[in-house]
Design a protein. Structure first.
Length: 593
């Protein structure tokens, strides 16, 4: 547990003042709790036994002891309340900080990491696991710290007053330690399994719900439900095992604690009877004994929270330990307004070590040029497009903007000036206007509407009841592919980036949607440097220069006319695109007779 807290020391350090104030209140509360039994001792040994105690009479002494008892209890309750409120508040603030830190870190991790992870599991770590860590931190601050302080104080006073009797009270510590350590390890192991299975449940649910149309049209509901039930049953089994051991722990602690209390009571009664101990002092020891075992029981019950928190902390720390593969170098400088010179020089890149996707690729674009990337599917065209905004860093060669290696520039300044319109544009929850302004949050309403008109977004928005204030549901599934593409083009237009990357923006669209999207593309590309991944002849013919990529290499380059005239990969593609016959109408079946 201490190692977990140490790993979150930066989060703790941000709240050191509140922690110090809460710690001071804990010490005050513990001191008052330790003082509570002593007025009782005075009443028993002096008021009831009739032994003198200073100048006060019996009635006055009794009144003073009762008043002291009430005052100590009131002050102790106030200190405990303020300490718990302060420390629990720190736990809540730390939860907010940790969740924000984890979310920010996840956003900066490479795309390859996200592609290898399950979205539902990452979401579970960000929500449920962070919440469990918060429960651990609050438990440590508001339960462990006060009880540990009280425990140390009781032991110190007990040893000072009667060392032998204090040691007798500690006989229960070794068996308690063995039980706590063993159960904590088992509970932690099962809690870790349960958290992993929860991630699988969340991931499967997220995957199915995000592809509910696919599941429905392929009659996959039963299969999906069986898999979900299997994952849920595995989570249930792990949870029941954890619950079983968590329930055993308090019962075992109670048995050991009551056995220890019986031994202390027996030994104390014998000493009072033989006159070697005052009755009042025995009552103090019994009160301390009660207070001694109460923290022990609280700490025992805390083992479940600690074990679950440790398991969740390991899952969150596993994410935080992943270093972003693309980050600003020390001394990286911001990129001024681009003129539009783009170059890839001898670029080699692979998503996995030893498996290059691009090999020695050299591509250049002058300001205002339209450069097309053509080639077979899987040749590496989209990878080239992803390197320009520095979504990945190359293993060899360089990617340059206006002659500057992108690795020497700040990420924010690069991505502010390079816009991407992908094949399948993602939309965020919010209005259509907010989605258009997503990359330019300071854009005015007039700028958003102007970009929307230029991208032909108004063609369908005008038919919506709330217009540009229409809410777009998660992923924008209520809109067609062409409508989402036009919103993406408007988004790029409102950003006014000097370099635009189009990754097959009309792929999979019907003729009408393609025509509307292309009108938006033409307005987007005017006066900008454009890199377009394209298969459509209409786009390829408009390009100033075409680079043909095959198996990760640039195998040819030139204008459309030059490439179509000479043998090679492009001419073969050109013939397929230009000469492929249109599908004939489906024959009608005529009933015989």
């Amino acid at each position: 547990m201490l190692s977990v807290l140490w790993r979150f020391r930066s989060t703790l350090a941000a709240h050191r003042r509140e922690l110090a104030r809460g710690g001071a209140l804990v010490l005050v509360g513990a001191g008052l709790a330790l003082a509570l039994p002593w007025p009782l001792k005075i009443v028993v040994d002096h008021v009831l036994a009739g032994r003198p105690f200073g100048p006060l009479s019996g009635a006055a002494l009794l009144g003073a002891c009762v008043a002291a008892l009430c005052l100590l209890a009131a002050l102790g309750a106030a200190a405990t309340y303020l300490a718990e409120r302060t420390l629990s508040g720190v736990g809540e603030r730390m939860l907010a900080d940790l969740r924000t830190t984890t979310f920010a870190h996840l956003q900066r991790l490479p795309l390859a990491y996200h592609q290898a992870q399950r979205v539902g599991d990452l979401g579970n770590r960000l929500t449920a696991d962070v919440q469990t860590i918060q429960s651990l931190l609050v438990a440590v601050l508001s339960v462990l710290l006060p009880n540990a302080t009280l425990l140390v104080g009781i032991l110190a006073i007990s040893v000072a007053v009667d060392p032998l009797f204090a040691l007798l009270s500690l006989l229960v510590v070794p068996p308690l330690h063995l039980v706590l350590v063993r159960c904590r390890r088992i509970i932690k192991d099962w809690a870790s399994v349960a958290r992993t299975e929860e991630g699988r449940v969340a991931s499967h649910a997220s995957e199915v719900l995000s592809a509910v149309r696919l599941v429905a049209t392929n009659a996959g509901e039963a299969r999906s439900e069986r898999r979900f039930r299997a994952f849920s049953d595995a989570r249930l089994a792990a949870g029941l095992q954890r619950v079983d051991f968590a329930a055993r722990l308090p019962a075992a602690v109670d048995v050991i604690v009551h056995a220890g209390r019986a031994v202390v009571l027996l030994a104390g009664a014998v000493r009072v009877l033989d006159g070697s101990m005052e009755l009042g002092l025995l009552l103090v020891f019994l009160a301390y004994n009660e207070k001694l075992y109460q923290p022990v029981k609280q700490l025992a019950k805390l083992q479940t929270t600690i074990s679950k928190g440790q398991a969740s902390a390991e899952r969150v720390l596993e994410v935080l330990a992943v270093e972003p593969s693309v980050a600003d170098r020390p001394g990286a400088r911001p990129l001024r307004r681009l003129r539009g010179h783009v170059a890839l020089r001898g670029v080699t890149f692979g998503y996995e070590p030893g498996r290059p996707v691009l090999r020695d690729v050299t591509i250049t674009a002058q300001p205002g040029q339209l450069i097309a990337l053509a080639g077979p599917t899987g040749a590496g065209k989209s990878t080239v497009a992803a390197l320009l905004p520095r979504l990945h860093d190359v293993q060899a060669g360089s990617v340059e903007l206006d002659g500057h290696d992108v690795r020497d520039l700040t990420l924010d300044s690069i991505r502010e000036q390079v816009s991407i319109v992908p094949q399948d544009s993602a939309l965020m929850s919010g209005t259509i206007a907010e989605n258009i302004a997503f990359g330019a949050p300071h854009a005015t309403r007039e700028q958003v509407l102007a970009a929307a008109r230029a991208a032909c977004v108004d063609e369908f928005v005008d038919r919506l009841r709330d217009g540009y204030d229409t809410e777009v549901h998660e992923r924008g599934n209520a809109l067609s592919g062409g409508q989402r593409q036009r919103i993406a083009i408007a988004r790029a237009l409102v950003r006014d980036s000097p370099v635009v990357v189009l990754d097959e923006p009309t792929s999979g669209l019907d003729a009408v949607s393609e025509s509307l999207v292309m009108r938006g593309v033409e307005r987007l590309t005017a006066g900008r440097t454009v890199i377009v991944v394209a298969h459509r002849l209409s786009t390829l013919r408009r390009a100033d220069r075409i680079y043909v990529i095959d198996r990760g290499r640039v195998v040819d380059a030139g204008t459309h006319a030059e490439l179509a005239a000479r043998p090679g990969v492009f001419r073969d593609m050109h013939r397929l695109l230009d000469d492929h016959p249109a599908p004939s109408p489906r024959p009608r079946l005529v009933a015989a007779g």
